[in-house]
Design a protein around this ligand. Structure first.
Ligand SMILES: [Zn+2]
Length: 126
């Protein structure tokens, strides 16, 4: 624990500048990271780390951005799928209503033919 010049207990932050990428430092909790700098927590990085870490960070950011794009695309597909499911449910209800109407029409047709045959035989034979 380190005390700041203002008397507050410090906070540990991480530097994202190219020279000190990923290096942690003590900072004043009342100021931003530039003006609140108190001192380094981690030792300086070697030259090899300074060369490799920015490339790894760029790759990580591009992979993260691609992942975000895929999630957005997946959400759009999910919305389209939900819309299609809703339309399908409406069509299923319409087909069910048409089947009911079809059955009623068949019953009316059978009844009318049955009535016609009875009237015909009644007139013909009576
Ligand atoms: Zn301070």
């Amino acid at each position: 624990m380190v005390l700041c010049f203002c008397g507050k207990v410090d906070v540990v932050k991480t530097s994202w500048t190219p020279l000190n990428l990923g290096r942690r430092f003590f900072a004043c909790p009342m100021n931003d990271s530039v003006r609140g700098f108190i001192g380094w927590l981690d030792p300086p990085m070697c030259a090899r780390s300074k060369a490799i870490i920015p490339g790894l960070l760029r790759n990580l950011n591009s992979v993260q951005e691609r992942c975000n794009e895929l999630v957005r695309g997946m959400n759009m597909l999910q919305d389209q799928c939900n819309g299609l499911i809703c339309k399908n449910n409406i069509l299923v209800a319409n087909v069910r209503a048409l089947k009911d109407d079809n059955l009623k029409l068949k019953m009316y047709m059978f009844g009318s033919w049955f009535f016609f045959v009875i009237v015909f035989f009644y007139i013909w034979f009576v």
